[in-house]
Design a binder for this molecule. Sequence first.
Ligand SMILES: Nc1ncnc2c1ncn2[C@@H]1O[C@H](COP(=O)(O)OP(=O)(O)OP(=O)(O)O)[C@@H](O)[C@H]1O
Length: 327
Amino acid sequence: MIEARGLTKRYGTKTAVDELTFTVRPGIVTGFLGPNGAGKSTTMRLAIGLDRPTGGTITINSQRYRDFPAPLREVGVLLEARAIHTGRTAYKHLLAVAQTHGVPRRRVDEVLGLVGLTEVAGKRVGGFSLGMGQRLGIAQAMLGDPGVLILDEPVNGLDPEGIRWIRNLLQTLATEGRTIFVSSHLMSEMAQTATHLIVVGRGKLIADTSVEDFIRSASGSAVHVRTPHAARLTEALEAAGAHVTLTGTETLDVSDWTAAQIGDAAFAAGVPLHELTPRQVSLEDAFMDITRDAVEYSHGQAPSPRVPASTAAGHADAGANTARGQA
Ligand SMILES: Nc1ncnc2c1ncn2[C@@H]1O[C@H](COP(=O)(O)OP(=O)(O)OP(=O)(O)O)[C@@H](O)[C@H]1O
């Protein structure tokens, strides 16, 4: 279990992590999602003691990382930028790490087998492809057979086969009861790997939700309606139980009703319609929508008018602990 409570990290005037509170539970893969610069790497670095928080705490199994007598046995870590001695063979590299942490030699063979590198164990790491390098990084993280894994963008730059492999491995390791915390800036990737999502933007918590809830709300449809009598139609639809968002003087969005139902209700209320357009929202769109403010801020652009599609309403429903209001 990983627990962040009011976790804050400032670099000068820059707040990289801003009062983050979340819990990463064992037995499932938890995705840590956010656009570039959202504070994911910083949070992970704080978790493993590579940096000290300006405020708040982050603990692993109720302890700070630096208080573990044998951290390798508690937490396996794969950070984005890895420093590996490229002249060494994969076997020698892992053996060197194992020996400095009191891990028996046979465990090196085990982790090489686990990540499918047994055949190339005698090859120099310098000649490894990106995918092989990632496998080696994961082998190293697994050396101490830790109950917690923290992986920063492990599928970055991998081919589809490599992505599928990591995905299956993480799910298997989670099923064994481990805590798996894995960052990414791609929603579609996380949707297929993780069970739970923690979404950050500009260092703040945006959503803490199950992937299932996120998908259910994001893929819900909305219908865009234009009518010269928007207020009257809203009243009629709401009286009939529809969820309506007025988006302009003549426009509204209706979620969870079909275009036919809305058309019939408008006809019954004697309201003319000028437009009736169903909209489907993709997962990636939903993610872009909830992190849009954070991305715009980091690019220094003025906020554009929000497209009030079903994602906005969907997001509000998406998580048990949706925290957009604080962002
Ligand atoms: N050592 C540092 N000094 C100053 N600013 C930093 C430092 N480390 C990170 N930052 C800033 O903190 C913010 C969060 O960075 P971080 O690398 O944690 O984000 P991220 O979500 O991991 O992004 P990415 O996906 O691009 O790696 C960024 O604006 C970054 O420029």
